[in-house]
Design a protein around this ligand. Structure first.
Ligand code: P6P
Length: 336
């Protein structure tokens, strides 16, 4: 193991020296890393503990909750509540905002998370993940309100995810690039194994749920039709497609080798504003993608500039290699 494979704590302390990372944020990120370690263990032991199945409950998203959705949420809530500077938690699994302080101070943290993204993959032993985002309150609050958590993605001070795959990895940005860590069996440490992750500008790989083709608008069909038309089509090159039904896994592949991830608003999901959620999926992963040199758009607007209307708001997502995101944005612009 090279010296470069520093532990997560050593990395955060180095980051503090280089970029002035606040010590409370370091404590919070270490608590989040602990939560991800625990979730990783609960997933990998789920078959023995009988926790792989579904509950009888439906969450605010209208999705049947898996037992591990509930467990992962409880682990995130517990570990994100340790740091005395966290004012509120917004969870994909919880309808209401979880306020930890009655009168939050300026600089207190708002933490947004999807504790177990892609949990339908648990039944078939495919990758799932956890997504997290941190915003620091600009001003103190006289009283708590739903509006207080409606912060633009551009105000995030930190974002990242854990992916529970063949290995458990943690990927974070605090605004100075993107770094990936791998959980080391035995020591339990997250070690820096993928420093300074970058997304190539160009790609020939796209990720979309192609079974929804008949719901898409003309711009999205135009883009995918061209990708599928190969060397004799307008792109004059062949493309590859991947879809893992876990945004974290698709985005991690894109961070590792490029690509573009697309979940458009379509005729069927338009009434809900799309499928994916802004505050704890598109914003955090959008910050990671941008910090790695990619782009994150709705097809028409930069995701991180969107003014949130509600904390479970949904949004169209196009993110990854910048050349492809620009092309898709252009197709939407030309259709206006
Ligand atoms: P579909 C998982 O439920 C999720 O929120 C994302 O992680 C994933 O990319 C998408 O939904 C999968 O959607 O239509 O393939 O089920």
């Amino acid at each position: 193991m090279s010296e470069a494979q520093v532990t997560f704590r050593q990395f955060l302390l180095n980051n503090r020296r280089a970029h002035g990372t606040d010590k409370d944020l370091i404590f919070l990120l270490e608590d989040i890393a602990t939560a991800c370690r625990i979730i990783s263990h609960r997933i990998r032991s789920g078959a023995f503990a009988g926790t792989l199945g579904a509950t009888k409950d439906v969450n605010v998203q209208g999705e049947t909750q898996k037992q591990l959705d509930v467990i992962a949420n409880e682990v995130f809530v517990k570990h994100c509540s340790n740091c005395g500077r966290v004012a509120a938690l917004v969870s994909e699994e919880v309808d209401e905002i979880i306020w930890l302080k009655d009168r939050p101070a300026a600089g207190d943290y708002l933490v947004y998370f999807d504790p177990l993204d892609g949990s339908s993959n648990l039944d078939v032993n495919l990758s799932v993940g956890s997504i997290f985002s941190v915003v620091a309150l600009e001003d103190a609050l006289e009283r708590t309100s739903d509006e207080a958590v409606l912060q633009k993605g551009s105000r995030q001070i930190c974002a990242g995810y854990a992916i529970y795959g063949p290995s458990t990895s943690l990927v974070i940005t605090t605004g100075s690039g993107v770094d990936g860590f791998t959980h080391q069996q035995g020591t339990g440490e997250f070690r820096l194994t993928f420093p300074d992750m970058r997304i190539p500008e160009t790609t020939r790989e796209f990720a979309i749920n192609a079974s929804r083709y008949h719901h898409w608008d003309a711009s999205m069909r135009r883009y995918v039709d061209e990708c599928l038309s190969g060397e004799n089509g307008p792109r004059a090159q062949s493309h590859n497609m991947r879809w893992t039904a876990s945004m974290v896994a698709d985005i991690h592949r894109i961070l590792t080798r490029g690509g573009v991830f697309i979940y458009p608003v379509d005729r069927e999901n338009a009434s809900m504003g799309g499928k994916l959620r802004l505050m704890y999926e598109a914003n955090p992963l959008g910050m990671v993608v941008e910090q790695a040199g990619g782009m994150a758009s709705t097809g028409t607007d930069r995701i991180l500039d969107l003014p949130p209307q509600s904390h479970h708001q949904r949004v169209a997502v196009v993110m990854g290699s910048s050349d492809e995101v620009r092309r898709i944005n252009r197709y939407y612009q030309e259709a206006q």
